[in-house]
Design a protein around this ligand. Structure first.
Ligand code: NAD
Length: 400
């Protein structure tokens, strides 16, 4: 029998998630879509649109469609309002991150979650990757003694998307702690098995991206098209990125035009804009301390996303970019090295999220491995990091 999924916001990310769900479970079918871009979506789906009921908004879909699960894939600012509506159906919920972008939304979502009893999956693939799962097993087995210090980094080699795609609209994302660090602070908390209680943070804005190019400027009408490092021309000519043929070989300059990341319309420190880089200090209830730092202008082999987890007796280090994982004993001459093998999206984490959602819809589990409570906690910590950075101070994380 078909497992019927209703989707609110049928965008790029949720289509990827649905592909993984269908790969895992043949009976799972999208039977309803609520999205204002209906005509475009129907055209994209072609023959696959058959059997899907289309709705111009979420209210209509939620009122009419018979469903076994709901997925929310809108952009960030709509996650909370859509989730609050959808949760009234009390059906298994897949919700994109960040689950909320303001304190008001965090409180609304928390309030709604108190009455919600169906399984929820928050789109945090990192906590379910092989590396984090292996690290958790080793920590729980006492292999590094008591975990005391976490140093985590995310050097994002594709960081221009946060300045030349929709992510540049700060009103939608509310900055890159909520947009990006929500993943990392989530897996860090998962590994610590604890709640971040205090944060301090800094962010650097308008020093690399932003600038004095005219508002509305796009690459294809810019006289620096051939020399600008963010232009499709440069990325093809110097870095070999661009349009691919059916074999996957890069064959031409990607024609993709985009808004200038060096424009006055990127935002100003006064009106709000994304960070070129940002960092936070955190302390858990247990006293465990650590740092997380993220950078959006690093490129190529300088990419690094991973952590050093330091215990009293050993250290675990891993980097998803290189696929390297090490367990280093402090008091014996012993280092174990692991290498990650082939995985599906987000280092295997997306398939795990999809599997939990399928099991939730089949009634096989009540509590998933990436629940709404984790999404709310991470949004709260990230929101407070942003506040701490703006105020240049330490902030206590309230217990909701
Ligand atoms: N978990 C991850 O690893 C990961 C990765 C990428 C993106 N994301 C998150 O996924 C979200 C979506 O990103 P995307 O790139 O797919 O965006 P997108 O723009 O491709 O998709 C958003 C969709 O929402 C629809 N929409 C807009 N208003 C709506 C409304 N009122 N009701 C219903 N639908 C509406 C849009 O028409 C669009 O189809 C973002 O919040 C992003 O942060 C998460």
């Amino acid at each position: 029998m078909a497992i019927r999924m209703g989707v609110i916001g049928y965008g790029g990310r949720i289509r990827g998630v649905i592909k993984q769900i269908k790969g895992i479970c043949r009976e799972a079918k999208v039977t309803a879509i609520a999205d204002p871009r209906l005509a475009e979506i129907k055209e994209q789906l072609g023959a696959d649109a058959e059997g899907i009921a289309f709705f111009p908004d979420a209210d209509k879909m939620l009122a009419k469609a018979e469903l076994d699960g709901i997925l929310i894939g809108t952009r960030c600012d709509l996650h909370t309002p859509m989730a609050v509506k959808a949760m009234q159906r009390n059906l298994p919920l897949f919700l994109e991150k960040p689950v909320a972008i303001s304190m008001e939304q965090i409180r609304q979502l928390h309030e709604a979650s108190l009455k919600f009893t169906a399984p929820s999956v928050i789109s945090f693939p990192l906590r379910l990757t092989t590396f984090v799962q292996r690290a958790k097993e080793l920590i729980d087995a006492g292999e590094i003694g008591r975990l005391e210090h976490i140093q985590a980094t995310n050097n994002v080699t594709y960081g221009s998307v946060y300045f030349d795609k929709w992510y540049r609209d700060y009103n939608i994302t509310n900055g890159l702690f909520l947009q990006k660090a929500t993943h990392d602070l989530d897996y860090i908390s998962y590994l610590a098995g604890d709640r971040i209680a205090t944060v301090a943070a800094m962010m650097s804005r308008g020093r690399v991206y932003g600038g004095d190019k005219p508002a509305g400027l796009r690459c294809n009408s810019c006289d620096e098209y051939k020399t600008c490092h963010e232009s499709p021309f440069w990325k093809y000519y110097r870095l070999g990125a661009g349009e691919k043929n059916e074999k996957g070989d890069v064959v031409a300059v990607n024609p993709e035009d985009h808004p200038c990341p060096f424009g006055v319309d990127v935002g100003t420190p006064e009106t709000g804009m994304n960070e070129d880089s940002s960092s936070c200090l955190y302390e858990f209830d247990s006293g465990l301390q650590g740092v997380y730092t993220q950078n959006f202008f690093v490129r190529r082999d300088a990419g690094y996303r991973g952590a050093t987890l330091i215990g009293t007796d050993g250290t675990i280090k891993f980097d998803w970019y290189t696929g390297d994982f090490q367990l280093i004993s402090h008091h014996r001459p012993l280092t174990q090295k692991l290498t990650i093998g082939q995985t599906l999206g987000h280092y295997g984490g997306d398939a795990e999220l999809a599997y939990d959602f399928v099991r939730g819809m089949r009634g096989e589990l009540k509590e998933t491995r990436s629940p709404l409570s984790a999404g709310i906690q991470s949004a709260l910590v990230c929101y407070l990091c942003r506040e701490a950075a703006l105020k240049r101070t330490f902030l206590e994380v309230p217990v909701l």
